[in-house]
Ligand binder design. Structure first.
Ligand SMILES: Cc1cc2nc3c(=O)[nH]c(=O)nc-3n(C[C@H](O)[C@H](O)[C@H](O)COP(=O)(O)OP(=O)(O)OC[C@H]3O[C@@H](n4cnc5c(N)ncnc54)[C@H](O)[C@@H]3O)c2cc1C
Length: 431
């Protein structure tokens, strides 16, 4: 018997991927999104084999792979002498495996269309302002155009996928922390200049204080002929005003001094400061991710710095884990699902994986974004080991692909969730 629908707040990666899985299990699902219309905007995102495995099980890997750009390695050198600092290759994980640079709009368009085809109803232009819950249901309230609160409807459960700045998370009876990072990044997406195509995600560093990066980003549904690249420039958030005042030419000179001629065709394409957008990020930690019939997933539950390139992947893996937890209950009567038990099982399956990546991203971020010279030395020494010692290499690449759930050697083997190992071996569980 079908009961009340499931509500998902937020039509980002976490919300839409979860909606598809739950609808394909036969549940009535409504996604509520405050943005009136999905636009082809957003930064390039690096999808790891862990995220690609989820896209494969959503049957979206062909579509996304047809537009995304394969990334074979992360390659970073210092300014001046060009010393190699970072050289992590996906083939060291498994021959044939790869990451994928993708425009956020490509991922979201693919997810949105699949959600609609699965029968998910999408209510856009709806800002949910509050929820209450009883033993039998969750009630949502929305803010209308005049800023007045109106009841929106009753739902059997509520998935909060409303991102790092969630206003609903604080209404859960759960201890939680949000800590903004002092550094952010300026980013832009530009057409890839002729002769600059590469499958490397390329970075250049000066100590920990300067970083310029170029990531292949593939193409979009709207412009299938044009290859794109994402540019990233590290910046302390407090210096954004000074950066604007200094002017674009001063910035270009800094980039060229750091990265040399390889960066020139890219920075030439930046003609106005508005082409660069400042992204700020924060860590979110919650004592539990669920409270009765309410579950937080994605950035809302565990946002982290993008240094490890894991956020969208974690959102996808969350969705797959929720699917598995619900499937395990195999409810004959959908109205009788024990949501608290499902969310408990979900949390148990996500704990170790998310703990490792939260700790790793907290540890790594100041090694790439701070003013400390000693941290630069520490980073370069650790990454030297990661390149030259087989165990270090295995740790680095298993972290990159999204496969680890702990710091010890066994951390990569214990993961129950799957990672994409390349076309030859689709979607195999780690052994
Ligand atoms: C500069 C930068 C680079 C990044 N690079 C990478 C990368 O290379 N690889 C990677 O995996 N990740 C990367 N990330 C992280 C990644 O973008 C996020 O982790 C991911 O988008 C989180 O998805 P989400 O669905 O949880 O949240 P979001 O994508 O933030 O979606 C939340 C949605 O909820 C909606 N919403 C919010 N509040 C309400 C409300 N009250 N009512 C209705 N709707 C609401 C919002 O409009 C939004 O659509 C990067 C992030 C940044 C900032």
């Amino acid at each position: 018997m079908k009961g009340l629908p499931i509500a998902i707040v937020g039509a980002g990666t976490a919300g839409l991927a979860s909606a598809i899985f739950l609808a394909r299990q036969g549940f009535a699902v409504r996604v509520l999104e405050r943005v009136p219309e999905l636009q082809p905007v957003g930064a390039g995102v690096l999808l790891q084999p862990s995220g690609l495995a989820v896209l494969h099980s959503l049957r979206l890997l062909d579509e996304c792979g047809g537009l995304g750009a394969p990334v074979s390695r992360l390659y970073g050198t210092t300014a001046g002498n060009g010393r190699v600092i970072l050289d992590t290759r996906y083939e060291h994980w498994q021959p044939g495996s790869f990451g994928m640079g993708i425009h956020r709009s490509v991922l979201l368009t693919a997810l949105l269309e699949a959600a609609q085809q699965a029968g998910v109803s999408i209510d856009s232009g709806v800002t949910i302002s509050r929820f209450t819950q009883t033993v039998s249901h969750v009630r949502l309230y929305r803010q209308d155009e005049q800023g007045m609160e109106q009841p929106y409807g009753d739902f059997t459960s509520l998935i909060l996928a409303d991102g790092v700045r969630s206003t609903l998370r604080a209404q859960m009876q759960v201890k939680q922390w949000l800590q903004p990072y002092p550094w952010g990044a300026l980013w832009s997406i530009v057409p890839t200049p002729a002769g600059s195509d590469s499958s490397d995600l390329r970075q250049w560093y000066r100590d920990c204080a300067q970083m310029f990066g170029v990531m292949p980003t593939g193409r979009t549904h709207q412009a299938r002929e044009q290859r794109l690249s994402s540019l990233f420039w590290s910046l302390p958030v407090a210096q954004f005003g000074a950066w604007r005042e200094a002017g674009l030419e001063a910035w270009k000179a800094q980039v060229l001094q750091l990265a040399g001629s390889a960066a020139e065709p890219f920075v030439q394409l930046i003609e106005r400061p508005e082409q660069l957008t400042l992204a700020v990020y924060a860590d979110v930690r919650m004592q539990r991710w669920h409270d009765g019939r309410v579950l937080a997933i994605g950035d809302c539950a565990h946002a982290m710095s993008p240094q490890l390139g894991q956020g969208a992947n974690m959102a996808l893996v969350d969705a797959a884990a929720l699917d598995t937890a619900l499937m395990a209950q195999a409810p004959a009567d959908q109205a009788a699902v024990d949501w608290s038990a499902v969310f408990n099982a979900y949390a148990g399956s996500r704990r170790a994986h998310l703990r490792y990546y939260r700790q790793a991203s907290r540890l790594l971020t100041p090694l790439f974004q701070s003013h400390s010279r000693s941290l630069a030395w520490l980073r370069d020494s650790a990454l030297f080991l990661a390149r030259h010692h087989p165990l270090g290499r295995a740790h680095a690449v298993s972290t990159l692909v999204g496969a680890r759930s702990g710091w010890l050697l066994s951390g990569a083997e214990q993961r129950a969730l799957q990672v994409w190992r390349g076309a030859a071996q689709p979607n195999q569980a780690l052994s």
